[in-house]
Ligand binder design. Structure first.
Ligand SMILES: Nc1ncnc2c1ncn2[C@@H]1O[C@H](COP(=O)(O)OP(=O)(O)OP(=O)(O)O)[C@@H](O)[C@H]1O
Ligand SMILES: [Mg+2]
Length: 391
């Protein structure tokens, strides 16, 4: 029996893989951004976008870890969980700021702390923060006008300056950014724009679905020049192989060539699927190296697990009429469907399907890659739907 305790694969939302493969370019650009700011030069804010399960969250976490390791002030938040951007960023900054607070703090850190207190007061009148030091003499404050853009700009400017005083800066990372409100996206764009003009020690990374670049463009037309857009893609064969082989090798476990080949081919390079099929093959195997026969059973079990979890959870989130819409899309596979073709298949008018389409987008099940087209946010969703019995 292979030991399930040492199974190195990690299927699951945001679970860090034992080997984060194929992201050297993105990680390299991020390190350059941090280093540029440390040297007093500006850096472009980044947008990571891609399908579900492709590895955006773990990349964003890696960005956060890289910044923390360089002693940056790091705030990481996830949109769409029912909290406002104001609250998310305020709360995620509390810990890092509390760690820095000390009576001997420099002038700008004291100012940043005082501004953070006023920002907290802007959304939470009852809960006061106390950094354990007297800030009455410090400059700062005033991030509580109630206007998001004004308050957030004040907060990020003063905390960036506090970071700069420590020789680093402030890193803001926001996952599922397509779920921010229009006003929040507009505020973020304006602030990033201002930060660039005034060379604040601030770097912003947003991650989200493939609709994110468009959503940002709708918020501020100059966003396409403001951000550096990085599409997070599935892994090519060589990298997918590495994602399977390397974690096992670290545990002194091998894979036979045909066994890896099967898993790589069945996962189509999608990181989530690789982790799932790798995990199940490991659990099936009785000894090293993992054989083709193990991988065959592993792939079978892994697919069943994906059907029961990854796909099922999304399918069940759709109402009956939404499921009918998704089924009409599935006829086109994973490539996207035109709203017109869907309407025709359902014998409805395009306009009458507008609300269903909007609701599916809001639920994150589909996105609009371009005007009049919808596509699944999850790879292989079409074939899953076609396997479901008609209601
Ligand atoms: N570069 C990578 N190499 C190997 N495995 C990876 C890589 N990136 C992500 N994974 C694995 O893929 C799975 C999905 O990763 P993650 O949750 O970051 O995806 P995501 O793009 O954020 O998905 P979602 O849109 O659903 O939030 C996790 O199990 C993770 O361990
Ligand atoms: Mg994610």
């Amino acid at each position: 029996m292979m030991n399930p305790v040492t199974n190195p694969y990690s299927p699951g939302a945001g679970r860090p893989p034992a080997a984060l493969v194929g992201r050297d370019h993105e990680r390299g650009s991020w390190k350059v951004a941090l280093e540029r700011i440390e040297r007093g030069r500006g850096a472009q804010p980044v947008v990571l976008y891609g399908l579900r399960g492709v590895g955006k969250t773990v990349l964003l976490s890696d960005f956060a870890a890289l910044a923390s390791a360089r002693r940056w002030i790091v705030a990481k938040a996830e949109a769409g969980a029912g909290k406002s951007l104001r609250e998310m960023l305020g709360e995620s900054l509390h810990g890092p700021l509390a760690d820095l607070a000390r009576p001997s703090a420099g002038r700008r850190l004291l100012q940043g702390l005082r501004t953070a207190l006023s920002f907290k007061a802007s959304y939470d009148l009852a809960g006061t923060w106390n950094f354990g030091i007297d800030l009455t003499e410090a400059a700062g404050g005033g991030a509580d006008t109630g206007f998001l853009e004004t308050d957030l700009a004040k907060l990020l400017k003063d905390v960036s300056a506090a970071g700069q005083e420590q020789g680093t800066g402030l890193a803001i990372l926001i996952d599922e950014a397509q779920d921010l409100s229009g006003a929040e996206l507009t505020a973020l764009c304006s602030i990033a724009h201002l930060a660039g003009q005034e060379s604040w020690s601030l770097v912003i990374a947003l991650a989200g679905l493939p609709s994110l670049p468009r959503v940002l463009a709708e918020a501020k037309s100059y966003s396409e020049r403001l951000f550096s857009f990085e599409r997070v893609e599935h892994l090519d064969d060589a990298l997918a192989r590495e994602a399977i082989v390397r974690p096992a090798a670290d545990e002194s476990v091998g894979w036979t060539e045909p066994a890896v080949a099967l898993v790589v081919q069945q996962a189509s390079g999608y990181p989530y699927f690789l982790q799932q099929l790798g995990k199940d093959s490991w659990d099936v195997a009785t000894s090293s190296p993992i054989q083709l026969a193990d991988a065959r059973v592993g792939v079978e079990r892994g697919r069943a697990a994906l059907d029961a979890g990854f796909f099922r959870a999304r399918w069940d989130r759709a109402t009956r009429s939404e499921q009918r819409y998704l089924r009409a899309m599935a006829a086109d596979g994973d490539n996207g469907s035109s709203s017109g073709a869907i309407a025709e298949r359902l014998q409805r008018r395009v306009t009458s399907l507008g609300p269903v389409r909007a609701s599916l987008i809001a639920k994150g099940l589909v996105f609009a890659p371009e005007h009049g087209i919808v596509a699944f946010t999850v790879p292989d969703m079409a074939s899953f739907i076609q396997r479901q019995p008609a209601a």
